[in-house]
Design a protein around this ligand. Structure first.
Ligand SMILES: [Zn+2]
Length: 227
């Protein structure tokens, strides 16, 4: 005995009649998709997926299907997560966890890099360079602050910029350590740029607003896009 799909192309229209019974000619050949028993003379109903079940089985059948969908979704999510974990682990295996060491001219691998691998190396080299430059600029500003605080604060825009770079490209180093790809990092940066544009800094502290603007600008630099 098989289960009856009322939507199957070769299934006659009149199969479930107005009284809710299967026509006599087929009622003995098919079984309920829920309880697996023959329909016999019991009332039947069509489920949303086109399968015919006993009317008393309809609710149970719907519940079973939704539970199954739930399990399938969970399994798909878990598989996706496992795949992502494997991808991160493979990146860590290949690149190590130290962004500066990877994106260094001392890295013996770089001579053999090409295409995407070379672009990846360049992306992280740019991040390392930006991070180092930010640290240097902050140190210089710190010296000016100690020597002539009034002047240092008057001309502190650059320090904001450098502080934002240090924070944001430091975050890139952390992502590198965790094994994220360039694409994934750019995607996260994109989100930050979008967030900054959608809810611009509007704190009562003008300095905090300024800092946040610079952070958004630094994330835009991470995306590497010229527009
Ligand atoms: Zn049934």
């Amino acid at each position: 005995m098989t289960h009856l799909d009322a939507n199957a192309p070769d299934t006659p229209e009149y199969l479930v009649n107005a009284d809710g019974y299967l026509t006599g000619t087929v009622s003995g050949r098919y079984a309920c998709a829920h309880c697996d028993e023959a329909f016999g003379r019991k009332k039947v109903a069509k489920a949303d997926d086109g399968m015919v079940v006993h009317r008393r089985c309809l609710e149970g059948y719907d519940n079973m299907r939704s539970a199954k969908r739930h399990v399938e979704r969970r399994e798909a999510e878990e598989a996706e997560l496992a795949e992502k974990r494997a991808r991160l682990a493979a990146n860590i295996e290949r690149r190590g966890t130290d962004m500066s060491a990877f994106a260094s001219f001392d890295n013996p691998e770089i001579r053999s890099l090409d295409g995407e691998d070379y672009a990846e190396w360049c992306f992280f080299l740019e991040a390392v360079t930006t991070l180092e430059r930010a640290e240097k600029r902050l140190a210089e500003w710190g010296e000016r602050l100690a020597g002539n605080p009034e002047n240092a604060f008057s001309w502190s825009m650059e320090a904001f910029d450098a502080a934002a770079d240090k924070s944001v490209f430091g975050q890139v180093a952390y992502y590198f350590e965790r094994g994220l790809s360039v694409e994934e990092i750019k995607e996260l940066a994109d989100r930050e740029v979008y967030r900054g544009a959608r809810s611009p800094a509007r704190s009562t502290s003008p300095v905090s607003n300024l800092m946040e603007q610079e952070v958004v600008a630094a994330y835009a630099r991470v995306t590497g896009r010229p527009y």
